[in-house]
Structure formats: C-alpha cells, structure tokens
Design a protein around this ligand. Sequence first.
Ligand code: ADP
Ligand code: ZN
Length: 734
Amino acid sequence: MTDLLPLDEPFDRVSVLLPLPLDVAYDYKADPALELARGDVVEVPLGQRRMVGVVLGPGGGDAVAPERLRAVFRRLDVPRLPRTVIDLVEWTAAWTLAPRGNVVRMAISTPSAFEPPAPVVVHTAGPQEDWTGQARLTPARRRVLSVLSDGPALEQKDLAREAGVGPSVIKGMIDCGMVAPHTVAQPAPFETPDATRDGPTLSGEQQTAAETLRAKVDAHAFSVTAVDGITGSGKTEVYFEAIAAALTAGRQALVLLPEIALSAEWLERFADRFGVEPAVWHSDLKPKVRRETWRAVAEGSVRVLVGARSALFLPFAELGLIVIDEEHESAYKQEDGVAYHARDMAVVRARLEGIPIALVSATLSLETVENVRQGRYGAVHLTARPGSATLPEVALIDLRKHAPERGTFLSPPLVEAVQRTLDEGEQAMLFLNRRGYAPLTLCRTCGHRLECPNCTAWLVEHRLLGRLVCHHCGLSARLPKQCPSCEAEDSFVASGPGVERLAEEVLVRFPDARFQLASSDTLTGPDKAAEFVRSVRAREVDIIIGTQVVAKGHNFPWLTLVGVVDADLGLAGGDLRASERTYQLLHQVSGRAGRAERPGRVLLQTHAPETPVMQALAAGDRESFLQSEIDQRKAAGMPPYGRLAGIVISAPDADRADAAARMVARAAPRLNGVTILGPAPAPITMLRGRHRRRLLVKAGRQVNVQQVLRDWLAPIKLETSVRLQVDVDPYSFM
Ligand code: ADP
Ligand code: ZN
C-alpha cells in the first residue's frame, strides 16, 4: 500500500476503518488538499452521525459508485498513527478473527485526544495608565490586584478563589483593562526519565543479563529475550538497564504489567531509578490524564510508559523496547471482545517495529520455554538473590494426615508455624485464592444450594457486605430468611472457606495478632493498595490474609512465613493450564517469603502431595515439572505442540442455543489433522442469562486454524439473538 495518495485528481477516495463491529472499511471522497495517508485520523459521516475513523489507504476496494461517495469532513489534529499500529490492528484482527473495526477501536480508544488541548489563559495586572481615572477601584477589585501583585499569573478560577471574588468581578476588570489575560501553552505533563542516574551495583550474573539486553536495544532489530530469573533475583533492576539504554538511544520504552492498579511499588522503584514517575495507562485513568497521555505518547513527550495490556495499541512513534513483566500471567489474555493475548501481540508489534522485546518471569510460560528450547527466543538467566537473601524452604502439609479441626481450615502444623513466626516478631501470610466468606451456601434442612439465577454458579457469601454475590455477573442479594426449596427458616450454613471466614479463624486462634484482609474487595484501588503495602512494611500488620492480589511483586522484608491454605484449589476443573497455573501462582506466592536477610518458609496444605506440581514446588525443581507438563501436552497434541480454538455459541434460551450449535457443527469441515469436539454445554452453561454451548477445534501445529475457521464460519447465518464467539488459543475453558 502506498503511503501518500495520488494528488492529481480533484477528489480521490480513501478507505476508512471505523470503530464498529465490522471487518469492512468504507470508502470516502477526500480532498487532496488534506493529503491523507495511511494512519491519519479523520472524521467522516455515517448515516446521520459523525464518526472518527482511521485511513487505511487508497479507496476503490468497495463497490460504491464515485458519485454516491460521501466526503471526509476533516483530518483531526493528531500525529498520524504509526504504520506499525495499523499493521498491528490488521494482524490482531486476522489472528483473533475479530472484525477489524473492533480492533481499531482499541487503537483510537480516546477520541478526546484528537482535539488539540485547550490553551490555558492566565492573568496579570493590566498597566495602570490604561484604566486609572476610568474605572472604579472597589474593595473586591483591590483584593484581586493585591493577589496579582505578589504572586504568579493565574487562571481565572484560581484568581477568583484566591481573591475571594466572583467570576463577574474578574470579567469586569478584564473589560476595563485592570486585568490582562494571556494565552499560554499547556505545560507538558510528562517529565523525561533520566537514564544517567546510577542504579544499584549489579551482581555478576545481573550484569551479564543487563549487557545482553542493552546490546539488543542498541542493535535496534527484532529479537525476543526471555528474562528467566527466580523471584527477587533482580529481574526488574536488569530490565531497567535495558530501558536506560533505550532512553539513551533516544527511543521510547513500553512496559506491560498484569495488574497495573497494584503497582504503586513498581512506580516508586522506577522513580528511584530514573528520577521521575513514568506515564501509566490502564482502564481507570481519569479522562483528562488519558487524553494527555495518549497525545503525549503520539507526540513523543512520553518516553517510558507502563501499562496494562491495552497500552500495546498506543501510537508510539519511536518505540525502541517492549518489556512484558510476569509474561506467564493469564491476565494478558483478554476474554471479552477481541480475544487477544497481549504478550503474543506484543511480540508481533516488536517484529513490526523491528525492535527487541523482553519476556520476564520467574515462572516462564510453557509457550515461551518451548520457544527458547527451539532457539526462536534468546534467554538470560538469574539464579541468585542479591546479597545474602535466599529462596524460602517449601514444605507440604498432607491434609489427610494433619486434618484441621471440624469447621476450621488451618492444620495443626500450620497453626504452630504461624505462632512461632509471631513469637519471633515476624510476619505471616495466609494465602487463599477465594474472595468472600464462603464459596457455597446451603440449606441445612434440605441441602438446597443457593445458585445465581443468571449463571451456572454458586452465590458467594460476602459477610462484610452482608450480601450473596455472583462472581460472574455481579448479581448481589440478601441472604433469604427462608429456603426457597423447603421453606425452612434460618437454615442456611456456609460451606468452605473464603478469606473472610479465614479471618474469623485467625481472630480466634491468634487474638493478639493484627491482621489485614487483602483481596480485590478490600484493595479496591491504587490508594488502598499503596496503603496496604505501607502498613505491612511499617510492621503494623502481623498476619496478611490474601487472595492472588498479594501473590506478586511486593517486597515485604519482615514476611517470613507463607501458608497456602488450599494448594489444590486451582487444580480442580482440569483445564489445559491448570497445573501450570497452580505452579506459577504458588511459586509466586512462595516468593513473597524471606525476601530480605531473614530466611523464609512456605507451607502448602494439600490433599494431593504426590502430584508433580506439589512435588516440584516442594523440591524447587521447575525443570522436572516443566518436563512432565511438556510430555503430557505433546502426547495430547495440546498447545504449544498443537493448536486449539474455542467456539462459544450463546442464546437467550436453551433451544435456540442448541439449534445454533447443531447447525454450526453440521457445517464443520472434515480435514486431515483437524478434530472438532462438541457441541457440548459449556462448563458455565448459563452466563448472565445466556445459554452457552461450546465447540473445540484441535489441530496440528502446521494447520492454519484461522483459515479453517474463516472458511467454516463465514457462510453461516445466525439469528440475531444468537452470538458466536471465536477464541483462538483459548485460556479459559468455561
Ligand atoms: P525480581 O524482579 O526478580 O523479583 P527485583 O528486581 O524486584 O527482583 O529485586 C528484588 C529486590 O532486590 C529489590 O528490592 C531490589 O531493589 C533488590 N536488588 C536487586 N538487585 C540488586 C543489587 N544488585 N543490589 C542491591 N539490591 C538489589
Ligand atoms: Zn450470575
């Protein structure tokens, strides 16, 4: 596709992709004076509406006759989107089978950024000769002049506030020349990180790793490097060196983190190293910050940005490095809308940009491990914690031998270990990846279980809220007085533990200990999370009771014991990555213990100590765990040794869901090397009131699954109430 369109015709046509759930782009007439090119953001008419879209290139691809074309209204005043971003949009759409319009929406998610920032008007005192003798000097006006005489120029609302006058007073003073307005440019909201500041003195292996990454940055060519290092080995310090190299080379750097909301600590470390905080990007940004950030990335005044997965589609024009921290995290996979994996698409962006990317983790994903083994990716290894810090010792508690007392969840050995830790004046963490009080509420009289009316899921009791909550659709209800099934009164009992229930047990067993609940229900935003981290570091907390929100990242020097209450929890359900995820999560949690000079201990309560996951965790033997996973996946032809795609068909009622699923299955191709499983009811058979059926496509690595799916699904016409979602390389099997 050519960059600039021919200018020799009075009107030309351009192809414009709009942020709508459509794959097609529409043609528009374009005034050659606009000099439109691929990546320009334009406003166009659509029906009665005005819409912002992106120019893909010359038109002519659709059948609309030239005389019926409508014209582009205008080109918006933002830098042209980099070619790599448009290429990434097209690549992502082709890979995920999402309509291109849905993908481009992620790249132009901040329409307010497309208007130039409003200029700022500040005020000073007007020259006295302009108004003396012509305007009255009231007490209010005197106050305004006094504020201006010994302070900086102010915006109108600030001036009015400081002088204690209404806006009309200021307006009157402007009219008579007592106050002079001046238009100034918005101050740049982003400071440049300083790459010349010194980091810590790196250990030998850290230095080797940093050198390798720095050389890749300097080479300014596509490469993928796995940064494989145990928790606390200094992976962050090492990739900071790569960021410094990118800054020195005059390029931008992008760091993706899985849960940006909880990374106050990361931002602080970055500020320690580079003197200023980086720009951040996530879904909770205030609109003003969002707008400024988007524009500053495009204009190049943001040099380093740390963000959640959607930051991948930002219009960096001078990108020199991408870092994916915690690359194994399934949070990088988006499940709703465009089902893309941000790590995989980040590798694509790095390739399109011709730049290095680093994939960082203490528990690399099997996909990345396999790519390293095959020589497609490079790797650097960090095997030691700096200074005298050591890895924690991990031991299993066999719950079959050491059962907790009835109605409690902590086994005697774990209780004893917590007590000893408290006696030493150190901190303990009890990890249970279950929010709320109890995962299940049942009627003591008839056994009826309280289920969500919209989803195939139990209602979870949140006692702190006094509600039953569905974790799938958010439905929230009071605990009914009567059982809906047998009408017995006050007959409900909680079954199983959540973190709130564990807190009750802690309160009884360790009455003098100060404990803190940490889950997405209590750490509801960055401020709460930062306060939590601070209070733990300040040793205002003795026992942390936490879900996965505390599993990663934080350094708590006094935390020396981690007790995992239900190590088997993630293994149920049996999806493809259940063992791998359990290993990663528990390994990560274990890494919280003993990060400073105090050695740490980890106790895992399990009913299945003999499984490879538990054995590997106890022995600290990642290699043999990986090998057993690899053997199983190879034997089953599962990713990364085969390809998978999920198809979920949903409808407001079961009959329509079944009919549509059967129709899709009947149209399935019969191809060598492709197996189609289903349709079957999805494990969550009903979700938000929709009935769901699943098909699974399993194919050899050499099969172009996307092409198979396109050929299969394109001719199928579904009723409008039926939805069909494709998920290439699914991570969720619900
Ligand atoms: P990881 O990212 O591998 O978990 P971090 O980079 O967070 O490890 O390092 C763990 C802790 O050790 C941090 O507090 C970090 O500042 C410190 N650290 C790492 N490398 C060094 C070093 N060479 N000198 C001093 N402190 C270091
Ligand atoms: Zn629900």
